[in-house]
Design a binder for this molecule. Structure first.
Ligand code: NDP
Length: 328
């Protein structure tokens, strides 16, 4: 790309979100220029596109916490033009311009080589949501979980993190129970991903007793609030909870009883600042363990022109699985 050539990018300002023509010198600092092929719509991208607080640290900003593409040019010896790279988080689309643009200028040290077995489209389908699902599974394994321990609950099941967590866990031999607000409309979808049983979201989303019947060895939670509190109350003795999201709310309206009477463990998951070694480990495991047919079945693709609408729909809980944005 010549320095004067223009390209398309979504821009969020205080009042509006627009797709507009952009020049390279608007991209901001960074030692590496990436030609973006695909980005995606995560919950955070919905928040950014809808001007909700807490994601974009300044305006105007190009949103998009994920990108997959090719090195265009880099000041680092590590990267050569044409190499396939991906980036999830690390401040992309939050503190600096993100992936919902045909070009992105980033710190080359944040980029990861796309695993050889995974196409660029599939790497975008995995995106931050799938990366976070994998981080959750790794955290459970590191804490000693095995399939013999008992069923694993996945909340926010039809969402991006939830859908990929279900297919990963079921592929690894876990008995997965999915909690979903779309228990009826999405039941065959969730079963095909590997959920053994589906419970309605409302079983967990209202205030409940601080200790309930022990049912689950672990929970992968992307919902927070009463849903997480009820899940903690249903964990077995020594049960594990990974916590990454707040689709119901950021509150934790519970008691310490599951911790002090059942030795339950709460494990926080943060994908944005995951160190490089953990990123590489997670992507290696995704390349090895993720069922790519399942991944394809939970993914749909949209053009750049539909990004604004998709951002609104993910916040309304209307998007299922993963939405890849074809940026080219
Ligand atoms: P999605 O919107 O794709 O999935 C969220 C799911 O949560 C929905 O599909 C829905 O599932 C469920 N849900 C939505 N609203 C409610 C509600 N009011 N009460 C209960 N359940 C609800 O988002 P993502 O999967 O991309 O992200 C999920 C969460 O995880 C977000 O809060 C996101 O910010 C967070 N996240 C955090 C990361 C980290 O690094 N910590 C990284 C990635 C995501 P269903 O219809 O099946 O009920």
């Amino acid at each position: 790309m010549s320095a004067t050539e223009s390209f398309s990018a979504w821009w969020v300002s205080e009042q509006s979100s627009d797709l507009r023509s952009t020049h390279r010198d608007e991209l901001g600092p960074g030692d590496t220029l990436v030609r973006v092929e695909f980005s995606g719509i995560n919950y955070k991208d919905g928040l950014a596109l809808q001007h909700k607080p807490g994601v974009l640290r300044g305006y105007p900003m190009i949103p998009g916490i994920d990108l997959v593409g090719f090195i265009e040019e880099s000041e680092l010896d590590q990267w050569q033009p044409g190499e396939r790279v991906l980036l999830n988080g690390s401040g992309l689309g939050e503190t600096h311009n993100g992936g919902l643009a045909q070009y992105a200028r980033v710190a080359g040290s944040d980029l990861i080589t796309v695993p050889q077995q995974i196409s660029n489209f599939r790497a975008a389908a995995i995106g931050t949501a799938g990366f976070t699902a994998m981080l959750s599974v790794l955290a459970l394994e590191d804490a000693g979980l095995t399939p013999e321990a008992g069923p694993v609950l996945v909340t926010g099941a039809a969402g991006g993190v939830g859908s990929i967590a279900i297919t990963l866990l079921s592929g690894l031999g876990y008995e997965v129970v999915a909690a979903s607000g779309r228990a009826d409309s999405a039941s065959s979808y969730l079963t095909e991903l590997g959920a053994r049983r589906i419970i309605p979201r409302t079983d967990l989303s209202e205030p409940g007793r601080p200790l309930q019947s022990q049912e689950f060895a672990a929970v992968v939670d992307s919902v927070g609030s009463h849903t997480l509190v009820n899940a903690l109350a249903r964990l077995n003795y020594g049960g594990l909870a990974t916590v990454c999201g707040l689709a119901q709310g950021p509150d934790l309206p519970g008691t310490v009883l599951p911790f002090i009477l059942r030795g339950v463990h709460l494990i926080g998951i943060n994908s944005v600042y995951a160190p490089r070694a953990l990123r590489e480990r997670a992507w290696k495991r995704l390349a090895r363990d993720l069922n790519l047919d399942h991944l394809d079945s939970l993914t749909r693709s949209i053009p750049m022109s539909e990004v604004g609408d998709a951002g609104a729909r993910i916040l309304a809980g209307e998007l299922r699985g993963r939405t890849v944005v074809d940026v080219d």
